[in-house]
Ligand binder design. Structure first.
Ligand code: ZN
Length: 458
């Protein structure tokens, strides 16, 4: 928020697409493996190529994954749902329509908690991904190739209410959503490959109106919005939003209204740019897909799906805070996946047994103040190193730092020798520091500390 002028409030809603990790595609038996296929168009059949007469059959697992996500986000589940056809023309969509969900999505009305406030989830629906266009130059001609390996891959879309009010909150929301999706084991969320795609709807409103906006009608929203599309990293999302908010404020302060359009983000220029100006509202002519029967989700099925949801990051963290006093600052590091969380769970137990404070240890690990490999080294080795470090810290940082600098200043010859590659010189310097300190301190830690100091001053 600090980058934004105080009198304006950004109004942001997110739309996120995530490819689900099912064995087969959404409406056919083709393998769902678009990123590892040896060749383009390996996994195709009449259904996902959109050939006339081919009949789609909905993937039960994909529906379960979508509902699982909805439940994890606290959504209400529509136990009667259906698929609809969304019509538009584009070469990556051979049928001329995409099978999606229109008025009865599987999940509605959820919430994701962020440190800057709750973000309400409007809907979570299931659809099919499109083919992938590849623009290439062949024999000097610029051509477009189509790969249908991705066509028909189950794709879930998560849409929020416009409850987000800063670029940092948008980023936090997206990261948290990815964390939940990974916890559920329903997608890898590979952003580079396009397995998770981010879209932000951004507008800006005079701050005085902003408070009422969050709980009132849509007609109080700004009368325009800018869609920031095709973003494949959290950092670019944050930077793109920061840039566009400034751009919109500059336009509004001149008494004009920003153009309703779709914009992309260029990392090279650290700026957003016009992709497509929308002149009219799009008409997708939605109607229920007559080839796919409506989906009824009975209570037993719903209960079985709910039972398959693991303890989620928010709950894991609340438990750790109470049991071990760990602060939420490290939640990203600790709870990236259930495997990570399980690993830290054991580490905390080990630390507790040795009466080592978990929070100080997490701070040391997060800030890489000790040379251990998380997830690789044994718990014993890590706890030993943490124990030594916490012990060594009994020497006030100021004192250690002062002695260290003094020794380096007094020993220019040893410093020069070390810099020219003589490892023994480092041992000499360690000895000199120990002598001057007159206290016991872990030698390995001290050596890496000196190395660090030399790196910073070189
Ligand atoms: Zn197929």
């Amino acid at each position: 928020m600090n980058t934004v002028s105080q009198s304006w409030t950004p109004i942001i809603g997110m739309e996120i697409h995530v490819e689900l990790k099912t064995a087969s595609k959404m409406f056919c038996a083709c393998a769902n493996d678009p990123f590892h296929a040896e060749k383009p168009n390996t996994y195709t059949c009449p259904v996902c190529l959109g050939l006339p007469g081919a009949l789609p059959v909905a993937n039960k697992k994909a529906i379960e994954y979508t509902i699982k996500l909805g439940l994890a986000l606290g959504c209400r589940i529509n136990q009667f749902s259906k698929f609809d056809r969304k019509h538009y023309f584009y070469p990556d969509l051979p049928k001329g329509y995409q099978i999606s969900q229109y008025d009865i999505p599987f999940c509605v009305n959820g919430v994701v908690h962020t440190s800057e406030g709750d973000v309400r989830i409007r809907r979570v629906h299931l659809e099919e991904d499109t083919g992938k266009l590849m623009h290439q130059t062949v024999h000097g001609d610029e051509i477009t190739l189509i790969d249908f390996n991705r066509s028909g891959v189950p794709l879930v879309e998560i849409v929020t209410e416009p409850d987000i009010h800063s670029a940092t909150q948008a980023k936090e929301y997206c990261k948290k959503l990815r964390q939940i999706v990974r916890y559920l084991g329903i997608s890898e969320c590979d952003m580079e490959q396009g397995g998770m795609r981010l879209e932000a709807n951004i507008s800006v409103k005079k701050a005085a109106h902003a408070k009422r906006l969050t709980q009132s009608a849509d007609d109080e929203l700004p009368n325009y919005k800018v869609e920031l599309k095709n973003i494949n990293s959290f950092r670019f999302l944050e930077r793109g939003i920061v840039y566009d908010i400034k751009r919109q404020i500059a336009i509004l302060e001149q008494g004009e209204t920003p153009v309703q359009e779709t914009r992309g983000y260029s990392a090279q220029n650290d700026a957003t740019f016009t992709q497509r100006v929308k002149e009219t509202a799009e008409d997708y002519r939605y109607f229920p897909d007559p080839d796919i029967p409506p989906i009824a989700i009975d209570d037993a099925w719903l209960a079985a799906i709910a039972q398959d949801i693991p303890e989620l990051p928010d709950a894991v963290f609340a438990r750790w805070r109470d049991a071990y006093g760990v602060k939420p600052d490290y939640s990203e590091l600790l709870c990236e996946t259930p495997e990570h969380a399980a690993w830290f769970e054991e580490l905390f137990a080990e630390l507790a047994q040795r009466a080592l404070p978990a929070d100080a240890c997490m701070s040391a690990l997060a800030n890489k103040r000790i040379a251990v490999r998380v997830f690789e080294d044994s718990y014993e080795a890590i706890c030993d190193a943490l124990g030594r470090m916490l012990h060594a810290e009994e020497i006030p940082e100021e004192e250690l730092s002062r002695v260290l600098r003094a020794v380096l200043a007094e020993q220019p010859k040893a410093v020069a020798e070390y810099r020219s590659g003589k490892e023994q010189a480092l041992q000499f310097l360690v000895g000199q520091v120990l002598k001057k300190l007159g206290k016991k301190i872990n030698v390995a830690d001290l050596a890496s500390r000196i190395k660090q100091e030399l790196k910073e001053t070189s």
